[in-house]
Design a protein around this ligand. Sequence first.
Ligand code: AMP
Length: 290
Amino acid sequence: MKVLRTPAQMGDAREQARHDRITVGLVPTMGYLHEGHNSLLKAAREQCDRVVMSLFVNPTQFRPGEDLSIYPRDEQRDLAIARAAGVDLIYAPDVDDVYPPGFATEVAVTGLTEVLCGSPGSRGPSHFTGVTTIVAKLLNTVDPDYAYFGQKDAQQATVIQRMAEDLDFRTRIVVLPTVRERDGLAMSSRNAYLTDEARERAAAIWKALLETESVYATSGLEAGLEAGRQELDRAGITPEYFEARYPGTLDPAEADSDEAILVAVAADVDGTRLIDNILIEPEKGKVNAT
Ligand code: AMP
């Protein structure tokens, strides 16, 4: 496994893969790897000849006052996990090589980035502009055949799919299911911030989403959302949002929808912002479904 530190080194490695006529898969990460990342690496390893994992805590997707300076980092541990997962190339550039002096470009997706985590009361659209700009750069530098993302960040995946389609990136965007802890909490590098007490309460987030799914099936959307919010309330968690949307457009879901709906939640648990979601298929969510 090679560690590449500059866009130029990555470009040379890509040129080599093109020369060898082999497929390349990219797994973008901010490091502090867990089983969620591992599932993406595994899929890439199965589907592609060469697996590239990027390791870059992207400053432009953090807002002032967010956790950029304390975001958990452990490169040696990440390299060991990546090696064990069969990664061929690590692309771990320095911030100054990604954003050199004079850097002045933003790649922004409108609409989709203005709801849920992008709404003014949440992280705002600028968070996603940070994400789409870095992902566009990674797709250009690595030029992968496939790039792998997690359903855990459902809105991010939708936004990236939109960007890749709108800007004619040739890379296929692959979105894979959320990997969870035993009690259902979605794995996240940020779970490391949780105290034992907060960690225990955080399991209510997935319980709330399951509750919404089950009540939705029998009693409809509003009752389902209400039941989910109550589950959070019982755990002392006030969500930043707890909403049902269509996964492709992120428009609000209608009460009598025949389509799959995404129920997404963001919540601050003892100072740590956690997000999660559940995709409810129509046959599961239909009132009086047989
Ligand atoms: P991050 O390092 O948090 O930026 O995440 C890198 C990639 O891993 C993103 O595509 C995330 O959606 C994905 N990911 C993070 N947590 C999980 C999880 N629990 N299950 C599946 N994918 C995940």
